[in-house]
Design a protein around this ligand. Structure first.
Ligand SMILES: [Zn+2]
Length: 187
């Protein structure tokens, strides 16, 4: 149990966690740039499936406004590093979820901070983590991972490792940051 949890929360998962979070943060930033400041406050991209970006809006009026402008928005997002994007779907139904998702990430970060394997130089001390805490952390991680996978499905892939990659990294290094780092360290 502890072994498998440690594997899940191992360094690769931690790296992916941070990177997918960066990728999602970048999508939110790009979205805000494209739709402008009032719309950005009342809308939030949630997930992406087969090129369709699901967007939660605070009201039906915002859903309608963004839907009317969707060709323009999709075009600008494609130009700004999301070439796979085909369309957006706005709905008020998921607006309350945007707060929950933010909350979940914050909680998970807290769990991660408390996890002993976060400190690779220290020997693991299993007494620190109760089985309940371990199960909670695992469940939280899995639900988060499933959500984030959907969110990052829109990102362009790193040509080297095929991982969803924030467009900024591809512009800078033409591969993802991990592959770029590997290149510098000569591995
Ligand atoms: Zn890569």
């Amino acid at each position: 149990m502890f072994d498998s949890l440690d594997r899940i929360l191992g360094s690769m998962a931690a790296t992916r966690f941070v990177r997918q979070q960066q990728a999602y943060t970048q999508l939110l930033k790009t979205w805000a740039e494209v739709v402008g400041s009032p719309a950005a406050r009342y809308s939030r991209p949630l997930s992406c499936d087969r090129g369709i970006l699901k967007v939660a809006t605070a009201s039906a009026v915002w859903a309608q406004t963004l839907t009317l402008k969707r060709h323009q928005i999709v075009g600008q997002l494609r130009d700004r590093g999301y070439p796979e994007l085909k369309d957006i779907r706005c709905s008020t139904r998921d607006w309350s979820q945007t707060a929950i998702a933010t909350q979940e990430v914050a909680e998970l970060q807290q769990l991660w901070q408390q996890h002993p394997s976060r400190l690779p130089d220290e020997p693991p001390t299993p007494a620190q983590a109760s089985p309940e805490a371990a199960t909670d952390a695992k469940t939280a991680f899995q639900s988060w991972a499933a959500q984030t996978q959907a969110k990052s499905a829109c990102f362009p892939l790193c040509p080297q490792c095929q991982a969803p990659t924030p467009p900024g990294e591809l512009e800078r290094w033409s591969v993802c940051a991990l592959c770029a780092a590997r290149r510098w360290s000569g591995r």
